[in-house]
Design a protein around this ligand. Structure first.
Ligand code: ADP
Length: 151
């Protein structure tokens, strides 16, 4: 069974994230969307809310489950029997960052491959940090977040 983990902060989930998961469905038997909990930063939205929004977004997809984890992504993958890490690439800046993370992950766990999908052009500018900034200042974020949720 081909199992992938899609790790991220999802603070909050955006249409860009949703699109990566839906486009990756034909590649894997199961996708685990997982919030990596970082004890040094609490984030903007509470983890419980972020999990709820992920569950609402992917509630129609039996192949997708939602989790949170502490520690290394490769350790979480091993625990979940996942051989793939799914990531999205928007820009060359994403590529430079992701290359480093993926190469270190390969050193840590040679059997876990990272698979990248390119962002759709219409989502290249959609980032969680910009969505947080618009939300913080009272702007309407509806067009950037999945239709299934309201924040
Ligand atoms: P992290 O905090 O690990 O960067 P994010 O929640 O910001 O996590 O993103 C998780 C993954 O989703 C990353 O691989 C990121 O590149 C990808 N991603 C984020 N926004 C988009 C988007 N608009 N289109 C495609 N992929 C995206």
């Amino acid at each position: 069974m081909k199992i992938a983990v899609f790790p991220g902060s999802f603070d909050p989930i955006t249409r860009g994230h949703e699109s990566i998961v839906r486009r990756a469905l034909p590649l894997f038997d199961k996708i685990i969307v997982a919030i990596g909990v970082n004890s040094d930063k609490s984030g903007y939205f509470p983890i419980e809310k972020r999990l709820e929004w992920l569950n609402e977004t992917f509630g129609d997809l039996p192949q997708v489950s939602v989790e949170s984890y502490n520690g290394l992504t490769v350790d979480f993958c091993t625990k979940m029997d996942a051989s793939y890490i799914l990531r999205g690439l928007r820009t060359s800046a994403d590529f430079e960052f992701e290359r480093g993370v993926a190469q270190v992950n390969l050193k840590l766990e040679a059997d876990i491959e990272t698979v990248f999908l390119l962002a759709l052009p219409e989502y290249v500018m959609v980032t969680s940090s910009i969505v947080r900034e618009v939300h913080k200042h009272g702007g309407n974020i509806d067009q950037f977040i999945p239709e299934q949720i309201s924040i």
